[in-house]
Design a protein around this ligand. Structure first.
Ligand SMILES: [Zn+2]
Ligand SMILES: [Zn+2]
Length: 274
């Protein structure tokens, strides 16, 4: 198989996703005439909006209504107005966020990255080794991107401050997970794209990891501390929203621990008790 044919596998895969999402939800005459890039963008956009709203509503319904007073004290429950404002900010940014995976798919389909299509092309051992390397790049990249968004003052003022108006428990909710300035959200996801140029990753896996990212960011804004070391869950991220100087990290406590910015919610709790 020559390289042109190989790249065609990526196009076929993204066409397959476009047909599933757009073919199910929109009449063919609306999306079929669009160029391939915009079809993929529209699929990412519709998928992103549905994922954000459905997972957010279900999660809020569960923690604030069905399990009221179980996970959170009553005064920590955000008002509907606060949540609607977060949805508004996220919805305004969503068309821009979706440009990122659309551009990364474009680069993959044109052979600019080190992506591969089928796990058999590389073998399971190689797949997992490269996946681990990809995740390390993402952990490192997101930590530093986030930290610089705080340390470089104009970046904080004009971009990241939008996300930090939620600075108390009762102003945070899963909907805050994507409530960023559009450029801020994109910058924090850029390490996923940079990683494509450094290590070989499977296209499906890359898209799956971006998908998980959207769920994860909702989860770390629900203020429920999971206590699952070394995962950097909501307990850690709530501290980030109140001190601004700790817990910049992503999935794990690793980077904050290594670079000296870790603050553990359990330590905070024990100090309060004393
Ligand atoms: Zn921050
Ligand atoms: Zn946050």
């Amino acid at each position: 198989m020559d390289s042109e044919q190989y790249l065609q596998l990526f196009v076929e895969e993204s066409n397959f996703y476009n047909h599933i999402v757009l073919g199910t939800l929109l009449p063919a005459r609306v999306w079929e005439p669009l160029p391939h890039f915009f079809q993929s963008w529209l699929r990412n956009y519709i998928g992103g909006v549905l994922l954000y709203l459905l997972s957010g509503f279900l999660w809020c319904f569960y923690i604030y209504y069905l399990k009221r007073n179980v996970y959170l004290p009553r005064d920590a429950i955000p008002s509907n107005k606060a949540m609607l404002l977060q949805i508004y900010v996220a919805m305004k940014a969503m068309p821009w966020y979706c440009a990122l995976p659309s551009i990364s798919e474009y680069m993959i389909e044109n052979g600019w990255t080190r992506c591969f299509s089928r796990i058999n092309d590389i073998g399971w051992l190689g797949y997992f080794i490269y996946l681990a390397a990809y995740l390390v790049i993402v952990e490192f990249g997101i930590y530093w991107m986030h930290r610089e968004l705080h340390d470089i003052k104009p970046l904080y003022k004009y971009l990241h401050a939008t996300h930090h108006i939620y600075n108390k428990q009762n102003t945070l909710s899963p909907f805050a997970g994507l409530a960023f300035h559009p450029l801020d959200g994109i910058l924090q996801a850029v390490p996923h794209v940079i990683a494509l140029f450094i290590v070989p990753v499977q296209l499906t896996t890359h898209l799956g990891l971006l998908f998980i990212e959207a769920i994860w960011t909702a989860n770390i804004h629900d203020c429920i501390h999971g206590k699952l070391w070394p995962i950097m869950g909501a307990g850690f991220h709530t501290i980030h929203h109140t001190t601004y100087r700790h817990n910049y990290g992503h999935y794990t406590v690793w980077m904050d621990w290594m670079f000296g910015t870790l603050r553990d919610p359990l330590d905070d709790g024990s100090k309060k008790e004393i």
